[in-house]
Design a protein around this ligand. Structure first.
Ligand code: NAI
Length: 468
C-alpha cells in the first residue's frame, strides 16, 4: 500500500512533533512516523519522568523542612513505588495530549520504523511486520539519541542501569554509584540523595558539570559536599565487576568502590545509522551529526533534520524551536534558527540555569566583559521561603552595556532564567534591566539587584569599602 504526503516527519519527540504541527498549521498534508511512544525521550525517558520524580522528592524535602515553618509533622516516610506510579501517570497523561494534538491537526500518525529508500520515498516497518511505502517531496529527520553503550559498563537493568532503565526501579538501593558527573549524573545524584540513598559520583574530568561556567561547577561541588553526596573528580571509571550481590567499580587509579547499584551516565549517541540516510543522500559529519543550514535543511533540498542529531544543543526546547523553523521553511516561510540565547536548566538541588556566555567564554570571544553577582540571601522573598542558598549573575559587555550571559544557581532557577533569555535574545542592556520594575516581593528581584550591582549601586547590599 502506498501513500503520498507533502511532508513526512520521522520521529515523534520534542523536535519531530512540533515540526509536524507547524507544517500542518501551514496547510501541508503531514504524516509522522514513530516506532515507540509519542513524545520521544523527553516525554517518556527524559525530561518529564525525571522532573516528576524530582518534584516528588522535593515534596519530601519540604515535609522534612516543615518544622522551620512552624509545622510539626511527626515522622515522615515515603513509598518509592507510589512515586514511580505518579511519574507514569503524569507521562501517560501528557502522551495522550500529544497524540490528541496529532489528531486535531489532522496529522497521519504511522506507528513503525522509517527508512529512506530514496530522497522522496520512505519504507515503514509496521508493528505487524508489514512494510508500508510512503512518498513525500519533503521530510524532517528527528530521530534523537539514546544512552551511549560502553562494553565495560554493561547495562543489565537490574544492578547496572542507564538513564532509561533507572526510571523503572521499583525500590531504591541503599547505595548508588553514578558514572559520569555531567547533567544526567548530577540530576540523578540530587534526586537519589534527597530520597536518602548514599550517592557517589565519579567524573573523569576535573570538575562536576565540566561544561558549565567555573562558578557554577564550583557551586554544585560545594553544595554536593554539604549535602553528603560523595564525588571523585579527575577519576576515570575503567570497568564494572559483579561480585555476588554487589558491583565493584574499578577506578583508573586502581581503587575499587563497592555498591548495590550503578548508574551509567556517560553521554548519549545519535540515532542516525538506521534511517537509510545514505539512500537519501544526506551527509553526516565525522561525529555523526546531520549537517544543516540555518533553516535546518540538510544538503538534500527538502530534507530537514532537527533535534539531537542536528546540533550540539541536546536540549528538548532547542529541538522544538528547530522543528518550528523546519515546519515553517518547508512550507515556504523564511524561518531561520539562532543560538545566541539558548537557556539550559539543570535540575539538581539547588537548581542551575544558564543562558548565553559565561565570563570565561565572553573573555575568549574578546568581549570587554564583566560579571555582576547577587546572592539569594539578600532577597526578601528568598528569606520568606527559606530558599537562601545560591546566587544569580549577569555577564555584560562593558563597552555596550549589553547583557551577554547569565547564570543562576538556586531555587526556581529554571523559571527565573526566562528574563535573561529575553534580554539576550533582544540585545537588551544592563540599563534595560535596571529600568524595569520588578515585582516585590519576588525572587526575580535578584536580576534587578545583580544589574544594579554592575554599577555598584545595589539596594540590599552594603556599599563596598573603598581602599583608603
Ligand atoms: P554528558 O556528556 O553531559 O556527561 C557525561 C560525563 O561522563 C562527562 O562529564 C564525561 O567526562 C563523563 N565520563 C565519560 N566516561 C567516563 C568514565 N569512564 N569515567 C568517569 N566519567 C566519565 O552526558 P549526560 O550527562 O549523559 O547527558 C547527555 C545529554 O543529555 C547532555 O548533553 C544534556 O544536554 C542532555 N540532558 C539535558 C538535561 C537538561 O537540560 N536538564 C537533562 C538530561 C540530559
Amino acid at each position: 500500500m502506498d501513500d503520498q504526503f507533502d511532508l513526512v516527519v520521522i520521529g515523534g519527540g520534542p523536535g519531530g512533533y512540533p515540526a509536524a504541527i507547524r507544517a500542518a498549521q501551514n496547510g501541508l498534508n503531514v504524516a509522522l512516523v514513530e516506532g515507540k511512544e509519542m513524545g520521544g525521550t523527553c516525554l517518556n525517558r527524559g525530561c518529564i519522568p525525571t522532573k516528576t520524580l524530582i518534584a516528588n522528592a522535593n515534596v519530601l524535602k519540604q515535609a522534612e523542612d516543615a518544622e522551620e515553618f512552624g509545622i510539626l509533622t511527626g515522622g515522615i516516610t515515603f513509598d518509592y513505588g507510589r512515586m514511580v506510579d505518579r511519574k507514569d501517570r503524569v507521562v501517560g497523561k501528557i502522551r495522550k495530549g500529544v497524540e490528541g494534538l496529532m489528531a486535531s491537526n489532522k496529522i497521519t500518525l504511522i506507528r513503525g520504523w522509517a527508512e529512506y529508500l530514496s530522497p522522496t520515498e520512505i519504507k515503514v516497518k509496521l508493528a505487524n511486520g508489514e512494510d508500508k511505502i510512503i512518498h513525500a517531496n519533503k521530510s524532517v529527520i528527528a530521530t534523537g539519541s539514546e544512552p551511549r553503550e560502553i562494553p565495560a559498563f554493561k547495562v543489565d537493568g537490574a544492578k547496572v542501569h542507564d538513564s532509561t532503565t533507572v526510571l523503572n526501579l521499583k525500590a531504591l538501593p541503599k547505595k548508588m554509584v553514578i558514572i559520569g558527573g555531567g547533567i544526567i549524573g548530577c540530576e540523578f545524584a540530587s534526586l537519589f540523595k534527597t530520597l536518602d540513598v548514599e550517592v557517589v559520583v565519579v567524573e573523569m574530568l576535573p570538575t562536576l558539570l565540566p561544561l558549565e561556567a567555573k562558578s557554577v561547577s564550583d557551586a554544585i561541588m560545594k553544595h554536593f559536599m554539604k549535602q553528603g553526596i560523595k564525588y571523585f573528580v579527575g577519576t576515570l571509571v575503567e570497568r564494572l565487576e559483579h561480585q555476588g550481590d554487589q558491583i565493584e567499580i574499578v577506578l583508573g587509579n586502581g581503587e575499587k568502590v563497592t555498591t548495590d547499584m550503578a548508574l551509567v551516565a556517560v553521554g548519549r549517541s545519535l540515532n542516525t545509522n538506521k534511517v537509510g540516510l545514505d539512500k537519501a543522500g544526506v551527509h553526516v559529519n565525522e561525529k555523526g551529526f546531520v549537517l544543516t543550514n540555518e533553516h535546518m535543511e540538510t544538503n538534500v533540498p527538502g530534507i530537514y533534520a532537527v533535534g539531537d542529531i542536528a546540533s550540539k544543543w541536546w536540549l528538548a526546547h532547542v529541538a522544538t524551536h528547530q522543528g518550528i523553523v523546519a515546519g515553517d521553511h518547508a512550507a515556504g516561510i523564511d524561518a531561520t534558527m539562532h543560538y545566541e540565547a539558548v537557556p539550559s536548566v539543570i535540575y539538581t538541588t539547588p537548581e542551575i540555569a544558564t543562558v548565553g556566555l559565561s565570563l570565561e567564554q565572553a573573555i575568549e570571544k574578546e568581549h570587554d566583559a564583566s560579571v555582576s553577582m547577587f546572592p539569594y540571601q539578600a532577597i526578601g522573598k528568598a528569606q520568606a521561603e527559606n530558599h537562601t542558598d545560591g546566587f544569580a549573575q549577569i555577564v555584560w559587555d562593558k563597552k555596550t552595556g549589553a547583557v551577554i550571559g547569565a547564570q543562576i544557581v538556586g531555587h526556581d532557577a529554571g523559571t527565573l532564567i526566562a528574563e535573561m533569555t529575553l534580554a539576550i535574545q533582544n540585545e537588551l542592556t544592563i540599563e534595560s534591566v535596571t529600568e524595569t520594575i520588578h515585582a516585590h516581593p519576588t525572587i526575580a528581584e535578584i536580576w534587578l539587584e545583580a544589574a544594579l550591582q554592575a554599577h555598584e549601586k545595589p539596594l540590599h547590599m552594603p556599599p563596598r569599602r573603598k581602599a583608603s
